[in-house]
Design a binder for this molecule. Structure first.
Ligand code: GLU
Length: 287
């Protein structure tokens, strides 16, 4: 497009692992408010089939309709998208940027607690930075017991980039957020792209799907700000556009504790059953 602002297409992407709470309502209302008419999408993030339940998926639609939201059909469901994730993984593997990893959490903890030359252990968005135990293993060696990791140093060498960047309209708007290759490698490291027995991961799926759905503005909580580096790196490697971002505040309970999905007491359904109106909820959240 030669002129005019880019259309805002946003999405709300819950996992049906529990009832939606006020934090989800805030996220969904934010995505809907920032979308241009008809450009608010729903995506069901159900790759972890052991934790997802159809009844929660039905409840998501009920809760969102109750809040006054609507979205185009059909809804994208990640459990139906495994071939797309596999294709992305194959592409990264063909570039020589992935390796199979058989380490369990306990192996990683043990490797990290072995005496090393000083350095304090970095914690990335997915936990302790992987020490690279399996990095030498070829993809030809990959078996059903392996996860697949991205070799971050190689990925940056492949791209010939010494930093990556994205724009956030809410956190330091107008200023690009930048991270050097060095800081990515030291502070985030070789992330898992496909979890064992799952064929994908949150990071890989979200990148492939945001591109497939033509999302131009990703809205989500600030707790995912650091994960965005992983997504931007993957977008570069897969030659996908980097959308704009809007990482919003998190909704906390009266004690200042972040609302977790398990916090059933705050489920939207309970407010609804108690006779609270959707307008009251919207007002309480500032909409
Ligand atoms: N399924 C993710 C969540 O519920 C979505 C995160 C995102 O919007 O990228 O946290």
């Amino acid at each position: 497009m030669a002129c005019g602002a880019e259309l805002n297409r946003t999405r709300f992407a819950p996992s049906p692992t529990g009832p939606l709470h006020l934090g989800h309502a805030f996220a969904a209302l934010t995505a809907a408010r920032l979308a241009d008419p008809g450009q608010f999408l729903l995506r069901i993030e159900d790759i972890d089939q052991s934790r997802c339940r159809p009844e929660y998926e039905a409840l998501i639609a009920q809760d969102l309709h109750w809040l006054g939201l609507d979205w185009p059909q059909p809804v994208m469901r990640q459990s139906e998208r495994l071939p797309a994730y596999q294709a992305a993984l194959d592409r990264l593997a063909a570039l020589g940027l992935t390796y199979p990893c058989r380490c369990r959490r306990a192996d990683i903890r043990a490797a990290l607690s072995a005496p090393q030359e000083g350095a304090a252990q970095a914690i990335g968005p997915d936990g302790p930075v992987y020490p690279g135990t399996c990095r030498h293993r070829p993809m030809a060696d990959a078996g059903p017991d392996d996860a697949i990791r991205l070799d971050a140093a190689r990925a940056f060498r492949h791209l010939g980039l010494d930093e990556i960047a994205f724009l956030d309209e809410n956190v330091a708007p107008g200023l690009p957020h930048r991270l050097s290759a060095q800081d990515f490698i030291a502070g985030i490291g070789d992330v898992v792209l496909a979890r064992r027995g799952m064929g994908t991961s949150y990071h890989l799926s979200v990148v492939v799907d945001d591109a497939a759905q033509g999302i131009t503005l990703v809205t989500r909580g600030k707790d995912l700000l650091d994960s965005t580096w992983i997504h931007v790196l993957l977008q570069n490697l897969l030659e996908l556009p980097t959308p704009r971002y809007h990482h919003h505040r998190l909704i906390r309970d009266d004690q200042g504790k972040r609302l977790a999905k398990r916090d059933d007491a705050r489920a939207l359904k309970l407010f609804r059953d108690e006779g609270t109106s959707a307008d009251e909820i919207r007002r309480r959240l500032g909409f």
